[in-house]
Write a protein that binds this ligand. Structure first.
Ligand code: MOS
Length: 729
């Protein structure tokens, strides 16, 4: 089914099941520990061996010798895989470009060897016996120092143009009545998902099956096929439950490659998980940025010039952190400049992490907006509202499909009690605590992508959905069940959902907050076909038919759905594809974040006291799951604001705090009170579902709202994240 004009009335609009705050259908499996994660498929493989990755001990240089004598003689060792015996591995533009070091080492903790043994402990202890000799080479690890040599980014499918210039930015900025010119920085961040990267790999002849934990099975089979030099048809990936991804499990990471190579070398299935301390320097991360923002305005608050220049680093050929994405669309202003620059750094690849680009870009832009509002002596909510735009500021005449940023800001200000904020910082005090409030806008693109599904109707009237969509903890199982139930007119308990198997029809996968809207649209398409099949079988006119209560009805004639499958299951499959509507309209999600903090007047300890998010993100398929997504994202935003930072050792060239003891993230006690308001939004330009994503919108702007609240509490402006108390003293 092709979607190429705005959706009209359709079966989803009944909203009998879709749009309801439904509990997760897989929830009991998770809370009872019976949902199987990658490393737990023990019945599926017999006699597995265990793999263990030894990471490089240098950041850059060459391996001159690996003495394997002691390791090979160690108890239980079955095989040792290195670049010398792994066979050819293709390199390319995957999230990670080279999975095995040797002889060249590209970054610290790049895999040097995979030791395979009878037990995990034997593999680990044998790995410690490998003697690796290196010849070190100098590297660049410091973005600040390498900024001057940065270049326009490498073009790629997810990389926007490196520079846009509208009007006369420099002239307008120079002439502006009120202006700011400030530089902000965001640190390297880790996804720090609970479930580490893990794979069980099993070969049957030249066919490979992996139980793994990745977000995009379609990218996974494609990339693993290319890397190993086998057709993607020979690769089957199973990823039914995922213990958090946040972009860090988008496609193939080293566990998949290492487990596959190890299983081939050992002639047995291999279980391999990345040990936590390896993950930080071996897998991808959100890269550090330095961002210069210039805003010029008239005395009345009208922005006349807005400029955003941004620097990030990566290994040669790596992608840029596209921080300027929101700045191109969020606020009006006739004269505009955005510019991305990419430096070469010899740290592990920077890549996608929850709302890549937008999240880190808005950490800077939305502090700048706060600084500008203060200079103009305007309320920061009013300043943003004044500069709202209803068309793409870089492409005049191009409308947003829907956009209620102003309503988000107004509703939030009202519900949060914004009028109690004192514009003058450091005034409101409760005992030892200075109290401050901050606001930030949120904006995140709403991409949609083709997605397929298969639906089956059996003779008992039950519906089964099969698609290779994943559920990264987001609620995919539930919204897909809701969609099929709505389409076929059955209760949600009549629907079984099977996800996370690449042998199922190819879905959108989970990423870029496209999963919810895209995957349910694929289910919609397949269900439209199943409705036709049912009507055809039972002699009804599908155009006139009502599907409800497990029955198909036209006028006073009615039959049970089950009757259509009496003589055998009915199966329908389809792919939802898209025309050019997304070029005609800017399709984005919007929001506003409000935060209240207390800062201890003596120790400068920062405590978040209250948070509110107002979101405008298309039709909300399941308000309960959507709210969970947003509060999770808000929590991660607090981490970005106050805690999260991978500290670079600029001499040795690696992230120093590479475990969950040293890499701090918020816990429940850090986040006392969170509220989410979901504004009504039906976007018919997106898909028949009229929905958008919300999982990444929820994090964008949060950190700046926290930083702005800290400023309001203390009068101290921190432009270098995370905002830790040492920066306030
Ligand atoms: Mo997301 S960072 O695009 O999985």
């Amino acid at each position: 089914m092709k979607f190429d004009k705005p959706a009209g009335q359709n079966p989803i609009d009944q909203l009998k099941v879709v749009g309801k705050p439904t509990d997760r259908i897989e929830g009991p499996l998770k809370t009872t520990g019976t949902a199987k994660y990658a490393y737990e498929y023990n019945e599926q493989v017999t006699n597995p061996a265990y793999g263990y990755i030894l990471g490089a001990a240098i950041a850059r240089g060459t391996i001159t010798r690996i003495d394997q004598t002691a390791a090979k003689a160690a108890p239980g060792v079955l095989a040792i895989v290195t670049a010398a015996n792994a066979g050819p591995l293709q390199t390319g533009k995957f999230y990670v470009s080279r999975f095995l070091a040797g002889p060249q080492v590209d970054h610290y903790h790049q895999a040097v060897a995979i030791v395979v043994a009878e037990t995990f402990e034997q593999a680990r202890s044998a790995a410690a016996l490998l003697k690796v000799e290196y010849k070190k080479q100098a590297g660049d690890y410091d973005l600040e120092a390498s900024k001057g040599s940065a270049q326009p980014p490498n073009p790629g499918p997810y990389t926007p143009p490196g520079e846009t210039l509208i009007g006369d930015f420099e002239g307008a900025f120079k002439a502006a009545e009120v202006k700011i010119d400030q530089t902000y920085s965001t640190p390297d961040q880790a996804h720090a998902m609970m479930e580490p990267h893990a794979t069980i790999a099993k070969w049957d002849g030249d066919k490979l099956t992996c139980w793994c934990t990745i977000q995009q099975l379609n990218w996974g089979i494609r990339d693993l096929g290319v890397i190993l030099g086998i057709p993607k048809e020979n690769v089957r990936l199973i990823s039914a439950y995922i213990g958090g991804g946040f972009g860090g499990k988008g496609t193939v990471l080293s566990d998949l490659v290492a487990a596959s190579l190890a299983a081939r070398a050992a002639g047995r299935p291999v279980k391999l998980t990345l040990q936590r301390p390896l993950m930080f320097n071996n897998t991808i991360h959100r890269p550090k940025t330095i961002q210069r923002i210039r805003i010029g305005a008239k005395q009345d608050g009208t922005i006349t010039a807005i400029g955003h220049e941004s620097w990030s680093g990566n290994l040669p050929g790596g992608m840029t952190e596209s921080t300027i994405a929101s700045t191109r669309l969020l606020y009006a202003g006739a004269n505009r400049l955005t510019r991305l620059r990419l430096a070469v750094l010899h740290l592990v690849e920077g890549s996608a992490m929850r709302a890549p680009g937008e999240a880190s870009g808005m950490m800077a832009l939305e502090i700048a907006m706060d600084e500008m509002a203060e200079k103009l002596q305007m309320d920061p909510v009013d300043f943003r509202i004044k500069n709202d735009t209803q068309e793409d500021p870089e492409k005049p005449g191009r409308k947003f499909s829907t956009r209620k940023l102003v309503e988000c800001l107004r509703e939030g200000a009202d519900k949060f009690g914004w009028e109690r904020r004192n514009a003058k910082p450091g005034i409101i005090r409760e005992g030892d605590w200075l109290i401050g409030m901050g606001v930030a806008a949120a904006m995140r693109g709403a991409p949609i992508t083709k997605s397929a599904a298969r639906v089956r109707l059996d003779s008992s009237g039950k519906i089964t959905v099969e698609t290779d969509m994943t559920d990264i903890g987001t609620g995919s199982y539930t919204i897909i069940a809701q969609t099929a139930a709505e389409m076929m007119g059955v209760g949600i308990d009549q629907v079984q959902v099977k996800l996370g198997d690449s042998s199922f029809p190819e879905s959108s996968g989970s990423g870029g907050q496209w999963g919810a809207a895209s995957s349910t649209s694929g289910v919609y398409a397949a269900c439209m076909k199943l409705r036709e099949a049912v009507a055809g079988k039972l002699g009804f006119d599908v155009e006139k038919a009502q599907f409800s209560d497990g029955r198909i009805t036209v006028g006073d004639r009615s039959a049970a759905l089950a009757d259509a499958a009496k003589n055998g299951e009915l199966v329908a499959e389809d792919t939802m594809t898209y025309g050019e509507l997304s070029k005609e309209y800017a399709q984005d999600t919007f929001g506003a974040h409000f935060v209240e903090v207390g800062v201890n007047a003596f120790t400068y300890e920062i405590r978040v006291r209250r948070m509110l998010a107002v979101c405008h993100a298309g039709r909300i398929l399941n308000p309960k799951a959507a709210r969970s997504q947003v509060i999770g994202a808000m929590t991660m935003g607090v981490g970005a604001a106050l805690m999260e930072e991978m500290v670079v050792d600029k001499k040795v060239g690696f992230f120093v705090n590479h475990d969950l003891a040293g890499y701090e993230v918020p816990v429940h006690a850090d986040i006392p009170h969170q509220e989410v308001i979901l504004l009504e939004d039906i976007d018919p330009t997106m898909s028949p579902m009229k929905a958008k994503g919300i999982g990444e919108l929820g994090i964008v702007g949060v950190a700046a709202a926290v930083a702005n609240a800290v400023y309001n509490a203390t009068g101290i402006r921190v432009r270098d994240y995370p905002v830790t108390l040492d920066k306030l003293l």
